[in-house]
Design a protein around this ligand. Sequence first.
Ligand code: SAM
Length: 255
Amino acid sequence: MTDPDPLGGLLGRWRRLAETGVLLDGFHALKHAVRFGADVTAAVAVDRRAALALADELAPDVRGTLDALLTEVPEAAYAALVPRRHPTAVAALAVRPAREANLRALAREPRTAPVVVLDEPRNLGNAGAVIRLAAGFGATGVVTTGTLDPWHPTVVRGGAGLHFATAVERLSVEELPPGPVFALDPEGEDVRGVKLPDDAVLAFGSERSGLSGALRARADHLLALPMRPQVSSYNLATSVAMTLYHWSAGPHGTA
Ligand SMILES: C[S@@+](CC[C@H](N)C(=O)[O-])C[C@H]1O[C@@H](n2cnc3c(N)ncnc32)[C@H](O)[C@@H]1O
C-alpha cells in the first residue's frame, strides 16, 4: 500500500495549519515575518541549501532561525502544498495574530506613530502595498473598513510578510482607534501646511468612490496632496506613501 503522506506527516500537518494560518509565499516574506516575531509553524523549501545561501547573503540575522525551520520537500510536494511556485521555492505558515492583540496595539497610548485607515478599499494589491509602507514607516497599524479582508492571501503576498511588523485589522468606522482623524481627499486643505501628529489616524478613501460618508463625518481635518490641475487623483497606495513621508519628515509629537 502506498503511503498517503510520504513526507512523514508534513502534508497533513501543513493542510491542518493552513486552515487558519497565514501563508508566507517566498523567502522574503518568511524573512520579514521571522524578523518581526511571527509564530512560524511550518516552512518548506525545494532546495534548502539554496534558501540558506540566500539567507547568508541577504538576511544573516535570521539564518539560524530559518535553518531550524526549513524542511526540504520535493518539487511535486511543494506544488501540492502551495498554490503557485514562488521563484525562491520557499513557503511557510504562520499563526495570524489575535484580533485582541491588534486592538490593544491600535489603542495603546501615547501613540508614537500614526494609524493608517483604508476606508472600504477594493484592490487587494493596494492593501498589501499599504501594509508594506506602514511597516517601513513604523506606523502603528493599518485598519480597513468594509468587506476586504486585510489578511487575504493576495494582500499578504503584496505585504511581503510585513503584516507582522504592524497591527493589521478590519474595523468599522465607529470602532476606529482614538486620535485626530486626518482624511485625505483632493478637495481638502494642502497637506504641506499641516503638521501631522504622531497620534494621527490617517484615512484614505476607496479606489472607486473616495471617502465614505461615515468616514467624512468622523474626520477632524480634510487634507489634499499637491496635484496639478486636470489630474483627478492619485493611486491609493501612492497617496498613503506621500502622506506617511510627510508625517515622517515633520517635527514629531502629538497635536
Ligand atoms: C484613487 S483615489 C479615489 C478616487 C475617487 N474616484 C474619488 O472620488 O475620490 C483613492 C484615495 O486616495 C487619496 N487621494 C488620491 N489623490 C489624492 C489627493 N490629491 N489628495 C488627497 N488624497 C488623495 C484619497 O484618500 C482617495 O480617496
